[in-house]
Design a protein around this ligand. Structure first.
Ligand SMILES: NC(=O)c1ccc[n+]([C@@H]2O[C@H](COP(=O)([O-])OP(=O)(O)OC[C@H]3O[C@@H](n4cnc5c(N)ncnc54)[C@H](O)[C@@H]3O)[C@@H](O)[C@H]2O)c1
Ligand SMILES: [Zn+2]
Ligand SMILES: [Zn+2]
Length: 361
């Protein structure tokens, strides 16, 4: 018996999203149905709506979610009905060439549900990042459901399912920030501030927050930024160099994804420094850099998908740090709202009014 659920759907490129009734199939082998309790609004949902990820409309949006497992298909052993889970958009297969090389965080064949969820009339939905959680229920591969401590409230816990994990991991895993490092983070939305929090937790000595919006810089100080730079008023490259004895930062994280922020991150690094690109660029954009600067400055340019995380390892760690009061997940939750308000939440995100709007169900 399939389930019906109210859900947020993007029907066509650039058009406002709508709340529709969808059909969620019974879980097949290796699949689970999750009753969603909260789902954060991430900039990537807006990228989907804008057609900037793929053209596979209609999309079922939402992918930063916590919920309770409702039903499991044959062969599922990692979770059972009633388990409290955070959903992950990476579930390493263990068999692809990357997993076999011992790099499961790059898994090239990450698991998703095999069956599609559908609109009335059987139109298949493409679930955002293989999740689709602006919905009362969703269907995912069992390994996408990661059990965490149920003491963590869903509004906060769900956020580690995407933006917070991506930012935190961009600093800690991809950038390998460690004790004493200098770090600059360009773009202090949910992702950038999570990078700041991660850098602070592992002992970075100087953490420079860069944004165009003074409200974001104010919040960054709470997450552990030691200095702030308003990029609308000062050149961020000059400012970062000034704050690092003229050298530049050991690690610069671009949490925006524009050609100009990438360029700033490139030149704001110290020699042999690391650039981490975690902001998702629009597919139409390009960048040109003098090859001699690429060669001569050394170091590493790394992109970070999902903060190079392993959800089954990292989600419970972040939740425990949260419950111990060492990682302020609650501060990412700017507001809670119903499914009907996702379009409003996009507008607030674009106006810079929120770190995360969280849909509660
Ligand atoms: N790589 C991944 O795995 C991953 C995961 C989640 C999100 N993302 C991406 O990360 C990016 C940030 O996501 P978010 O949810 O934090 O978005 P957001 O809109 O909440 O934050 C973006 C921030 O960047 C600031 N900004 C914009 N232009 C700027 C500029 N030129 N200089 C400095 N600051 C600038 C904005 O003021 C805002 O505070 C998005 O591109 C999103 O798609 C990537
Ligand atoms: Zn794999
Ligand atoms: Zn996201």
């Amino acid at each position: 018996m399939a389930y019906e659920a109210r859900a947020v759907v993007a029907r066509e490129k650039g058009a406002p999203v709508s709340v529709e009734t969808i059909t969620v199939p019974d879980p097949g082998p290796g699949e689970v149905v999750v009753r969603i309790r909260a789902c954060g609004v991430c900039h990537t949902d807006l990228h989907y709506r804008e057609g900037a990820i793929t053209d596979d409309f209609p999309f079922l949006l939402g992918h930063e979610a916590a919920g309770t497992v409702e039903a499991v298909g044959d062969g599922v052993t990692n979770v059972g009905p009633g388990d409290y889970v955070v959903l992950a958009w990476r579930a390493p297969c263990g068999r692809c060439r990357s997993c076999r090389r011992g790099r499961p965080w790059y898994c090239f064949d990450s698991a998703n549900a095999a069956q599609p969820m559908t609109l009335a009339g059987g139109v298949p939905l493409a679930a955002a990042l293989g999740i689709g959680a602006f919905a009362e229920r969703t269907l995912v591969a069992a390994d996408q459901a990661v059990k965490v401590d149920p003491a963590a409230r869903p509004e906060a816990a769900g956020l580690i399912g995407c933006g917070v994990m991506a930012g935190f991991g961009a600093a800690v895993h991809t950038g390998e920030v460690g004790l004493g490092d200098s770090v600059a983070v360009i773009g202090c939305g949910g992702v950038g501030n999570a990078a700041i929090a991660g850098a602070a937790l592992v002992g970075a000595r100087r953490i420079i927050a860069v944004d165009l919006d003074p409200r974001k810089l104010e919040v960054a100080l709470h997450f552990g930024a030691t200095d702030t730079v308003n990029a609308a008023q000062a050149d961020p490259v000059d400012a970062i160099r000034e704050l690092t004895a003229g050298y530049g930062a050991d690690v610069v994280i671009d949490a925006v994804g524009l050609p100009q922020t990438f360029r700033q991150a490139f030149y704001a690094r110290d020699l042999a420094g690391t650039l981490v690109q975690v902001g998702v660029p629009d597919p139409s954009t390009t960048i040109e850099l003098p090859l001699i600067d690429l060669f001569g400055r050394g170091g590493a340019l790394k992109s970070s998908w999902y903060g190079d995380c392993l959800p089954s390892r990292d989600f419970p760690i972040l939740i425990d740090l949260y419950l111990q009061g060492r990682f302020d997940l609650d501060r990412f939750v700017s507001e809670t709202l119903p499914l009907e308000a996702v379009e409003d939440a996009f507008a607030k995100m674009q106006r810079g009014e929120v770190l995360r709007s969280v849909v509660v169900l």
